[in-house]
Design a protein around this ligand. Structure first.
Ligand code: HEM
Length: 466
């Protein structure tokens, strides 16, 4: 039977400025105007020329792939993220971005993913164990996924040796990002920099604390033992293949903070939505579990299993179509343009509502229905890169996409080896956009032992994971 999971909701046609601002402050992705279903490019009257929404795949191809230098990251990203992430890969532009990307990309190579797979699987085996230890009561899936992905990024980036407290960094970044909707609204309406908003003092304390922790860590690592094989040491040793230039301590702080933040919250939210969908579609869950059993015979996931986990991977992809972790991307038009016939001024904000494009009837059949077959060797081929774009598109596409797909596929497969997820009977979750797209509040699930499956026993490369 077709299953239609919960929707985010769009801003009704003809809405005015007050509705827009209210939505922007409470759940920004719901401010994408429903007119986009008719026109695909739309500039609300109250912000004509200054703000345009683009849901047209060909135009997104122009903006993201063909002419990225004419559409840099805009004032929204700069204003919200620059104070904390500075010139880490996410925000760097032009030549500065190019050399950092050249230097960073090899760190996420397929060979690196193979090397790090045991460190990806171990936290999920521990999470399966924790789920089963509490199988007599509802468990918080959002917390569990956040904790597993945080452990993964801690192991990969910092070696997992507790030289640095990843929970503390995460808390500082969360405190920093808490007032984001205010910053989005200020950026869109040109409110001068420095204007206070609720939570701004706490925000600047959090920013200082996060950067200070990482600065001390980088200096200690550079001066001390660099024998462990983790991404910090790989980045410290890396140099630009064209110029030989390496990362300074400040560059390292920018980069590590960017990778730690970009690298776990997104995957955690995608996996949380995946568990929600599994609890609502028991037959699909059994199909995935059968694939995992057939491929792995109950053994821990290895690099050789990965290409054969076809349905698990397709499930993750369909989950991110319905609930893209980055539901909205923004750029700035460097010069005056006519975008899809809509005139915008130089400096205008260009917003790409990925979540709306992922369910646009012009691009998808039965867009609100969950359909695993969309990504299982689809007869019509894969969707175009700007119709399905959970990782963005063009040169600034997510540098961690392969890591994320490996982590989510291997992580979900590991959970399914041991656990059957069932609904806790609570109300449907409400999608909430707070930088990433998450269920508002907690997503509770019942985790039952899968019949015949042993409790996860696993040769952990770092046996301290509880
Ligand atoms: C489900 C997981 C993930 C999703 C959905 C996701 C999504 C995205 C998107 C949409 C962008 C492009 C932003 C834009 O064009 O404005 C991006 C960029 C980026 N992501 Fe991810 N990401 C994920 C996981 C990761 C991981 C695991 C890492 C690293 C550990 C990472 C690091 C980055 C970085 C550094 C950039 C900036 C790349 C550049 O500008 O060159 N992401 N991500």
């Amino acid at each position: 039977m077709d299953f239609e999971p919960v929707k985010l909701g769009d801003m009704p046609r003809g809405s005015g400025r007050a509705t827009f601002i209210r939505r922007l402050l409470t759940n920004p992705a719901t401010a994408a105007p429903a007119e986009l279903y008719d026109t695909k490019v739309f500039s609300p009257k109250f912000a004509a020329g200054k703000l345009v929404y683009v849901a047209d795949a060909a135009l997104i191809e122009t903006i993201f792939v063909d002419r990225p230098d004419d559409f840099p990251k805009g004032s929204i990203d700069q204003r919200i993220l620059r104070p904390i992430f500075n010139d880490g890969l996410l925000l760097a532009e032009g030549g500065d971005w190019r050399w950092k990307r050249r230097l960073t990309a090899p760190v996420f190579s397929p060979a690196a993913m193979k090397r790090f797979l045991p460190d990806i699987v171990a936290p999920f085996a521990a999470t399966a164990d924790a789920f089963l230890g509490a199988s007599d009561r509802p468990a918080d899936a959002s917390d569990a996924m956040k904790s597993a992905t945080l452990q993964v990024i801690d192991r990969l980036l910092f070696g997992g040796e507790r030289e640095i407290d990843p929970d503390a960094i995460m808390t500082h970044v969360e405190d920093y990002l808490a007032p984001t909707p205010w910053m989005v609204a200020y950026a869109l309406f040109g409110v001068p920099q420095g204007m206070p908003f609720p939570g701004h003092k706490r925000q600047s304390r959090a920013r200082f604390a996060a950067r200070d922790m990482l600065d001390r860590f980088v200096k200690k690592r550079r001066a001390g033992d660099r024998s462990s094989d983790d991404l910090t040491n790989r980045l410290l040793a890396a140099s630009d293949p064209e110029t030989g230039r390496g990362l300074s301590d400040d560059d390292m702080v920018d980069m590590l903070l960017t990778l730690q933040s970009a690298g776990h919250e997104t995957s955690a939210n995608a996996l949380t939505w995946a568990l929600y969908l599994l609890t609502r579609m028991p037959a699909v869950q059994e199909r995935l579990a059968a694939e995992v059993d057939a491929v792995t015979a109950g053994e821990p996931i290895t690099h050789d299993h990965m290409p054969r986990l076809v349905a698990v991977r397709a499930f993750i992809e369909e989950t991110m179509r319905l609930y893209p972790p980055a539901p909205s991307l923004s750029r700035m038009a460097r010069k005056a343009e006519a975008l899809g016939g809509v005139a915008v001024e130089a400096g205008a904000a260009v917003l790409v509502p990925v979540h709306l494009i992922h369910r646009h009837p012009a691009y998808w059949e039965r867009p609100d229905v969950f359909d695993l077959d969309r990504f299982m060797a689809p007869a019509a081929g894969r969707p175009a890169r700007t119709v399905y774009m959970p990782f963005g598109a063009g040169p600034k596409i997510c540098v961690g996409a392969q890591l994320a797909m490996t982590e989510m596929t291997a992580g979900l497969a590991t959970l399914l080896q041991h656990v059957r997820f069932a609904s806790s009977g609570e109300a449907e979750p409400r999608p909430l956009h707070r930088v990433t797209l998450r269920p508002a509040g907690r997503l509770m699930v019942i985790a039952e032992p899968r019949r015949g499956a042993p409790r996860p026993g696993f040769a952990d490369p770092l046996p301290r994971v509880a």
